[in-house]
Design a protein around this ligand. Sequence first.
Ligand SMILES: C[S@@+](CC[C@H](N)C(=O)[O-])C[C@H]1O[C@@H](n2cnc3c(N)ncnc32)[C@H](O)[C@@H]1O
Length: 239
Amino acid sequence: MLKSTIIWDENQTPISTYFNDVYFNTEGAIDETRYVFIEGNDLYQRFLQHEQETFIVGETGFGSGLSFLILWQTFLHFRDQHPNHLLKKIKFFSVEKFPLSSDELKQIHHNVLTKDKDLQNLASQLQTNFSEIQSSYQFDNVSLSIFYDDVSDFPDFLRKQNILINAWFFDGFSPAKNPDMWSESLFKKCYTLTAHKGTFATFTAAGFVRRNLLNAGFNVFKHKGFGIKREMLIGNKTE
Ligand SMILES: C[S@@+](CC[C@H](N)C(=O)[O-])C[C@H]1O[C@@H](n2cnc3c(N)ncnc32)[C@H](O)[C@@H]1O
């Protein structure tokens, strides 16, 4: 496991020196994450329609855990609105080959979550427990498992847990700079591990990513991207 090295640009946006790419744009990061991954997977509606006790999310690229925090917040809101709903638990599985230190994680949360008290509260629970060698966390009805290794071994790790993913967050660095996170062989394995009616969402609409997802078996749709971004991809399992 290699440690990540980040630098900060003038907007306090974290940049990976390994990949020369941003984790996300600090300005608008919360709204973009919600738009791409939560709305892209239509999660609130899917929670409402879910007929099991547990909903399972898989992510490629844990980074600072921002997507995890926003999913957790969305789920708490859902539970608040629907206390008697059958769906009571979230399991979140992610992979990270270049973990951030706990100080870097805190710094990113500090920079990004300035206006959202609820997210700050969830982030402080994650920060209190976070260590780059600890892989499992339990926060009431929300569990987090991070596989600290290369993404190519993530599907095997999931298979051993005997679970199927209801929604994927595909969130590597930009495909041109981080192709391992967007390969056809990875998506084929992800497809096999996707539950009936399972979905995915990703910020990119790169041509080779779209083709790799299609070749893996997913239905793939272009969707309006966040803000000024033209397109992103969403999709689902065809069977
Ligand atoms: C865009 S960032 C993810 C941001 C993250 N979802 C968040 O909420 O902060 C992409 C992540 O993928 C990780 N990554 C890149 N290549 C990888 C690989 N081959 N295996 C596992 N993780 C990888 C990077 O270290 C980085 O944390």
